[in-house]
Design a protein around this ligand. Structure first.
Ligand code: KIV
Length: 268
């Protein structure tokens, strides 16, 4: 069990990976849930641009603006004492290194974030390098990229053939080389995600990426069984078997730490 009161930092996440300790990540968008997650021992609270969908009711994450992300990051960071606050850079706020630095600086300064997340691989490496040079820790995001949904044409598994798997591995290595501290892998085959997690030195957090990642993330509303008509394969409803929301969050943290979530049933 990790030290309950010591603030989680980027170097601490690296030590958790080195020590074989699984990292529990969940999204939150407000102070009340941030408090519940923090008390339950969630290591990283992601203020995801999924807020465009689960909070704002839009059909994609593109709805979340930088001001929205700053507002919700501030709500979360005020409440969380231990967890690291990871904030998404929203769509078209990091298309150049300068734009990315301006946007990220606002998430750190006004939103209270300790790390920012951006989507994409090799094409984003100059941006990652620039942010890291300004001492702003970065998390990459590969696999299914929700900000590219109009180009992808739908939410489905990525990197299913040898060629796209090889590109994904190269993208992951490039982000690490550019200085990323963390990587989210979304909706990719479990075997490939396991290989990437073993290859990279930085921690890899999976969502629909199997059990062999260094940690797991889910959207809060999804793991409470709210907000979707058909449950995505990688989601488990933790509220169904728990008597309460704090109980569901605690069950998720325990399942991630012990390796009981995800199972093959939640993987590709
Ligand atoms: O925005 C978000 O919540 C995310 C997770 C799905 C990883 O990026």
């Amino acid at each position: 069990m990790p030290d309950s009161n010591v603030k989680v930092t980027a170097p601490r996440l690296a030590r958790m990976k080195a020590g074989g300790e699984k990292i529990a990540v969940l999204t939150a968008y407000d102070a009340t849930f941030a408090t519940v997650l923090d008390r339950a021992g969630v290591d990283v609270i992601l203020v995801g641009d999924s807020l465009g969908m689960v909070v704002q009711g839009a059909s994609t994450t593109l709805a979340a603006s930088l001001d929205d992300m700053i507002y919700h990051s501030r709500c979360v960071s005020r409440a969380a004492g231990r967890a690291l606050i990871l904030a998404d850079l929203p769509f078209m706020t990091y298309h150049t290194p300068d734009a990315a630095a301006q946007s990220a600086a606002r998430l750190f300064r006004e939103g209270g974030a300790s790390m920012v997340k951006l989507e994409g691989g090799k094409a984003r490496c100059d941006i990652v390098r620039f942010l890291v040079a300004q001492n702003m820790p970065v998390c990459g995001h590969l696999g299914l990229l929700p900000q590219s949904i109009h180009a992808l044409g739908g939410y489905h598994m990525q990197a299913g053939d040898d060629e796209s798997a090889a590109v994904l591995i190269q993208d992951a290595l490039s982000l690490q080389e550019a200085g990323a501290s963390l990587l989210v892998l979304e909706c990719v085959p479990a075997a490939l995600a396991g290989e990437i997690s073993r290859t990279l030195k930085i921690p890899v957090i999976g969502i629909g990426a199997g059990a062999d990642c260094d940690g797991q993330v889910l959207v809060l509303h999804d793991m409470l069984g709210l907000g979707f008509e058909r449950r995505p394969r990688f989601v488990k409803d933790f509220l169904a078997d728990s008597g309460s929301i704090p109980g569901a969050i605690a069950a998720y943290v325990e399942a991630v730490r012990s390796g009981h979530f995800p199972t093959a049933e939640h993987s590709y």
